[in-house]
Design a protein around this ligand. Structure first.
Ligand SMILES: [Zn+2]
Length: 423
């Protein structure tokens, strides 16, 4: 058991000390003895950030294809490259993503992709938290569905066998346009039998919404409701094209949404998630980056700012104030992922970050929350602690040079495989 004492940090505008014993925050106020003493003078202490929707290994596709429309982007660039993804690509891609997350203050994320055993291994090695789901895509084919059911069960068993307190499996059907109704119903009942979260893309584009209405004579959310799919265990990524009826159903069923403003704007989905309407019915939206192919980074500070700007541009400058933005990015995200963290409070898991205030973009400090959301970015994070373990100190992460080298090599080998196939 190790202990950490954080001395003289700024918490809610006041200077204080925080004591960590093993993986828990045990005291706020009095400075205690500890194995490690961290001088946090002129640093803000806040909960580690929670990213509720991403595809971590897509970090290898950063900058590979930009400035394209969604469909040709997927069909001509992303899918042909993903076809060549081997387990070692997923491992180093996820290590790269975890490194970037640590360097920008994120301590937990909700992931969905392929070769997820490797993602789990990478998260375990990196030291942060993740909820990891096998990207279930049956393309309305029974044989493929059986394979996806097997893949999901295998991943769940694998992660349970790891017995990591930081990693949990989820059930992750990709979307209504890639998974059959039978597949969705299997996912929902399997998740509920095993008390796992569901993670799915819902109502991302107008096309998805219109196609659903044309084919089923109902909206995506009403369709999912009829299938018995909706519940407080669902993390619904994007949720951009929801109408009032669908928002009402989400609120009633306790569904959690992940707002992905950067990805939505970059891929031009032509609408902002109806944040104000969701708040009006009492929902607590969470924040995600989506994968690096459509963002192109995992910096949740940057996403917080863009999240606010998009809603203000759409609705009113008073919408999504900075204190609420920080809640969305910490506590509400942690609650959605069912993590006992997201707050700097005694008894909570010790997932904390220190933000440096001795920077041009943090000076003056009229209001720390305002600077965090609107002025600075993830590079202001100096120190990261996850589950009581020091992962970054003075911006140094153990082994980061190796991760950068191996990830760059993995990305080159992937691009080479695509070029050779095209030839
Ligand atoms: Zn996504």
């Amino acid at each position: 058991m190790t202990s950490i004492s954080i001395r003289n940090a700024i918490l809610n505008g006041e200077m204080t000390n925080i004591q960590i014993e093993d993986h828990l925050i045990t005291e706020i106020g009095k400075a205690g003895e500890a194995d490690r003493i961290i001088n946090a003078r002129k640093r803000i202490v806040m909960p580690g950030l929670v990213n509720t929707h991403t595809h971590a290994a897509m970090a290898l596709l950063r900058g590979y294809a930009d400035d394209m429309e969604l469909q040709p982007w997927l069909e001509k660039k992303i899918w042909p490259m993903e076809k060549h993804l081997k387990p070692e690509h997923n491992y180093w891609g996820t290590r790269l993503a975890c490194l970037e997350m640590i360097k920008s203050g994120t301590v937990a994320f909700n992931d969905m992709y392929i070769n997820m055993e490797e993602a789990a291994r990478a998260v375990d090695d990196a030291g942060i938290r993740a909820v990891i789901g096998y990207g279930f895509v049956d393309m309305f084919n029974e044989e493929k569905r059986e394979a996806e059911i097997k893949g999901t069960k295998k991943l769940v068993k694998h992660i349970n066998d790891m017995k990591s307190p930081r990693i949990r499996p989820s059930v992750a059907p990709h979307a209504i346009y890639t998974v059959s109704d039978e597949g969705l119903q299997w996912c929902a009942s399997y998740a509920r039998e095993n008390e796992l979260l569901l993670h799915m893309h819902v109502s991302e584009t107008e096309k998805e919404n219109n196609d659903c209405i044309e084919q089923r004579d109902t909206t995506p959310v009403c369709h999912l409701d009829e299938l018995g799919f909706l519940g407080p265990d669902l993390i619904s990524a994007h949720s951009v094209w929801l109408d009032d009826e669908e928002i009402g159903i989400y609120a009633k069923k306790g569904v959690k949404v992940s707002y992905n403003p950067v990805s939505n704007m970059k891929l031009g989905v032509a609408r902002a998630m109806p944040y104000v309407d969701m708040r009006r019915v009492g929902m607590e939206p969470t924040l995600g980056t989506d994968g690096c192919a459509s963002n192109n980074n995992l910096d949740m500070f940057e996403s917080m700012k863009i999240a606010a700007l998009l809603q203000k541009y759409k609705a009113h400058p008073t919408v999504l104030p900075h204190h609420e933005n920080i809640l969305m990015t910490t506590l509400w995200g942690a609650k959605a992922l069912r993590l006992p963290t997201g707050e700097v409070a005694v008894g909570k898991e010790a997932d904390l970050i220190l933000v440096d205030t001795q920077r041009a973009d943090m000076t003056p400090l009229h209001n720390p929350g305002s600077n965090i959301v609107y002025s600075t970015n993830g590079s202001a994070v100096s120190t990261v602690i996850c589950r009581g373990r020091l992962l970054m100190e003075e911006r140094k992460v153990k082994g980061e040079d190796i991760v950068l080298k191996k990830a760059a090599e993995a990305a080159s080998s992937l691009a080479k495989a695509v070029r050779e196939e095209e030839r």
